[in-house]
Design a protein. Structure first.
Length: 150
């Protein structure tokens, strides 16, 4: 995800009391599932995504009267940009993910739609992981064990 989905409102002409009662704007910023895990040869992207997570939390506090700020952290999603991550190894990747498939753009879009909707009116400062259980570890190892003990 290289784009930020945001809905913003100009509050400059309002007083603090008016702002507290007005409808909040919403913001969902892209992060990365592995932003909290050291990854070989990925220092800069991982550090920048971790910084985005912290920025999300900080802005959620500082702007809480006016804006709900959240981040999304998708796993491997079937996009042109991420093609090098899945194209030649999709079956192995699918078997390692808890829900047995890589993400689709619609999975991420639905999560963003939720975060900017009124249904998420009490959600702010969160990083919403959308990865089919990828960050949980290699699901294939657990499936093999479960079958062996069934």
């Amino acid at each position: 995800m290289g784009r930020t989905a945001a809905i913003t409102t100009d509050f400059e002409s309002e007083t603090k009391d008016q702002r507290a009662g007005s409808q909040q704007a919403r913001c969902a910023s892209p992060s990365r599932v592995r932003a909290s895990v050291a990854t070989p040869c990925r220092c800069l992207p991982t550090a920048s995504k971790a910084a985005l997570i912290h920025l999300t939390e900080q802005l959620a506090l500082e702007l809480s009267l006016w804006v709900r700020v959240n981040a999304i952290a998708p796993g491997v999603v079937r996009t042109k940009l991420a093609e090098a991550l899945w194209k030649d190894q999709e079956s192995q990747l699918n078997s390692a993910i808890a829900l047995s498939r890589i993400g689709e753009p619609e999975d991420v879009g639905s999560a963003i739609a939720f975060l900017v909707s009124d249904a998420a009116s009490w959600v702010t400062g969160e990083t919403f992981v959308i990865d089919g259980g990828q960050r949980l570890g290699d699901a294939e190892l657990f499936r093999t064990e479960a079958i062996a003990h069934a």
